[in-house]
Design a binder for this molecule. Structure first.
Ligand code: PMP
Length: 284
């Protein structure tokens, strides 16, 4: 595997960063994950827009121009020779002696890696997955895709120990914000598609945004608003969305079957049109 590290392409085993990189010491940086699906980069520009947004919110200088970044991603795809993969890249405030305040002068550090994707299995897509709920203990800027992921890791670990696919995070008002690394959706008992509104409480997923566009194209009505755990427990359908899982049905929440315990028609339709739209992207 080949990585890109501050200007150079290197075998992953030789790729190194400084131990006083603020990403390492403070998680002072942001990242993105862009899916490569059958040789196509999915929603590259929206991912780069969100990357710019995260950088701006943290006052980190962009590591390079958008055109240069696109070249790096294409070169990584070429050098790694994969066609179904996840491209990971991160930028940090750079290297400086450890001190909380922003260093006066640093150069943004940038690394990118790539690995084969591990999409959900056919069984998971056909039968759906289970989720559990747990408290959302994150901060008030979940809209920034920052490297600080400890609450997300703790939630995912809880889910793993419980033998379920994902943890849905519940805020102080008993509303589901999102999953530890996915956005959360339900179809209510009266047939409305609902997902939490984009704001500081969630990461506005690129897959989430794509699904919203596709729904608009299908003339489906949906609501972006908070929904409670209780409402989710009564939902007809539930699913999650993310760059690595696309649209994935959820058939159990905290052990209780969602609807009839099978992936619902809306979820199946959305997955189908998501994949169809993905295949319309140009091969890089
Ligand atoms: N929420 C969180 C907290 C995430 O980490 C992710 C994945 N990066 C998502 C939602 C889904 O976002 P996307 O569709 O852009 O992968």
């Amino acid at each position: 595997r080949i990585a890109y590290v501050n200007g150079r392409y290197l075998p992953l085993s030789q790729a190194q960063v400084h131990i006083e990189d603020r990403g390492y010491q403070f998680a002072d940086g942001v990242y993105e994950v862009v899916p490569l699906y059958r040789g196509r980069l999915l929603d590259e520009d929206p991912h780069l827009d969100r990357f710019d947004y995260s950088l701006r919110e943290l006052q980190i200088a962009p590591p390079m121009s958008r055109a240069a970044l696109k070249l790096v991603l294409r070169e990584l795809v070429r050098r790694n020779g994969l066609s179904d993969a996840l491209l990971y890249f991160q930028a940090t405030r750079g290297v400086a002696p450890r001190d909380h305040k922003f260093p006066a002068k640093t150069k943004t550090a940038f690394v990118a890696t790539m690995r084969r994707s591990r999409p959900p299995s056919a069984k998971q897509i056909e039968e759906g997955v289970s989720v559990m709920t747990t408290r959302d203990i994150r901060w008030e800027r979940c809209d920034i895709k920052s490297l600080n992921l400890l609450p997300n890791l703790l939630a995912k670990q809880q889910a793993t120990v419980a033998g379920v696919f994902e943890a849905w995070l519940v805020d102080d008002d008993d509303n589901i914000t999102e999953g530890s690394s996915t956005n959360a959706w339900i179809v209510t008992s009266d047939g409305k598609l609902v997902t939490h509104d984009a704001g500081a409480a969630i990461l506005n997923g690129i897959t989430r945004q794509r699904v919203i566009k596709l729904m608009e194209g299908e003339g489906l009505t949906f609501e972006q608003r908070a929904f409670s755990r209780e409402e989710a427990m009564r939902a007809r359908e539930a699913f999650l969305s993310s760059s690595s899982s696309f649209v994935l049905p959820i058939t159990r929440i905290d052990g209780k079957p969602v609807g009839e315990g099978k992936p619902g028609p809306m979820t199946r339709r959305l997955r189908e049109i998501y994949v169809a739209a993905a295949l319309e992207a140009p091969v890089v």
